[in-house]
Unconditional design. Structure first.
Length: 302
């Protein structure tokens, strides 16, 4: 987990040494008015701390304490939801009543949201906010969460909210100039199609494929200044694309030879990028390299 800092706050991973301070945060009965449990009871609050400390989840996610000037003023979490299906990442934030109304919850939640969507690259972050918790709903609105409905969660009715990454700074498109459009269409078209991209545009000198808001172009331009691509020269070295699981990486690597791709670094497969990096490196006939990186899951043979 990561230490996060804002203008006024420090968010650091929750530890056993924080138990007494967290119990104190929830000592005011008003802190429990939207919970099914009464955390003003020290024993109940301590059990809540136990659950948070016992959490073991994806790297970069978990439970934090919120500190201001060395004092614990709240707790927050970004971890797979205990209520929503699919273990989607859920954001939660709680600031002690004595520090309410100062914008601290918004500041802490924004730091975790930026960490999740930016640093961790999560596709979405969810939040569950009690129907009657107007203050927390305003925090979520300020952070750009979208209200997508309601349901019974944590023992009572909650609004279901989601925050999505901004398009700001993300790739709009990538364009590759190729010496042979037919060969490029065959190799790139197969690979991108297997990864869920769909043909977007086609014209006499080129073709593009699109996935979400990003598209990739291959073009045989009359302005080409060389007859081929050399990935070891300055310029584009390779494209790296996510693949859902290790088993899917294995399958694509096994089938790629029939679609214009040959393996690179085969003697080190699948860990040519390091022991924690599961990927296939491929090169097509024009010399373009692609790296297929497993997002998660065991290999087919494991």
């Amino acid at each position: 987990m990561t230490l996060l800092a804002t203008a006024r706050l420090t968010l650091r991973p929750l530890t056993e040494a924080d138990r007494e301070a967290v119990v104190k945060v929830f000592a005011d009965p008003a802190m429990s008015r939207y919970f099914a449990a009464d955390f003003s009871d020290p024993a109940v609050a301590s059990e809540m701390v136990d659950r948070r400390l016992a959490h073991r989840g994806p790297a970069g996610q978990g439970h934090w304490v919120i500190e201001r000037d060395g004092e614990v003023v709240g707790v927050a979490h970004l971890r797979p939801s205990w209520e929503l299906p699919g273990e989607v990442p859920e954001l939660g934030y709680y600031v002690a009543s004595a520090h309410a109304g100062q914008g601290l919850a918004t500041e802490a939640a924004r730091a975790l949201l930026d960490h999740g969507l930016g640093t961790l690259g999560l596709p979405a972050v969810w939040a569950l906010v009690h129907e009657r918790n107007a203050a927390s709903r305003k925090v979520a609105e300020r952070l750009g969460f979208l209200d997508v409905g309601s349901g019974v969660h944590y023992g009572d009715r909650h609004r279901v909210l989601v925050a999505l990454p901004s398009v700001h700074g993300r790739p709009h498109h990538i364009e590759l100039w190729v010496p042979d459009l037919a060969e490029a269409s065959r190799s790139w078209g197969w690979l991108l199609g297997e990864l869920g991209w769909r043909e977007f545009q086609r014209w006499p000198a080129g073709v593009s494929w699109r996935l979400g808001g990003t598209y990739l172009v291959v073009e045989e331009s009359p302005a080409l200044s060389a007859a081929g691509h050399e990935r070891t020269r300055p310029g584009l070295n390779h494209l790296a694309l996510h693949v859902g699981t290790r088993a899917e990486v294995d399958e694509l690597a096994a089938r790629a030879g029939g679609h214009g791709w040959r393996p690179l670094f085969a003697e080190k497969y699948p860990h040519a990028g390091g022991p924690a990096h599961y990927a296939a490196y491929l090169e097509n006939e024009a010399g373009f390299e692609v790296e297929l990186v497993a997002a998660e899951g065991p290999a087919a043979a494991e």
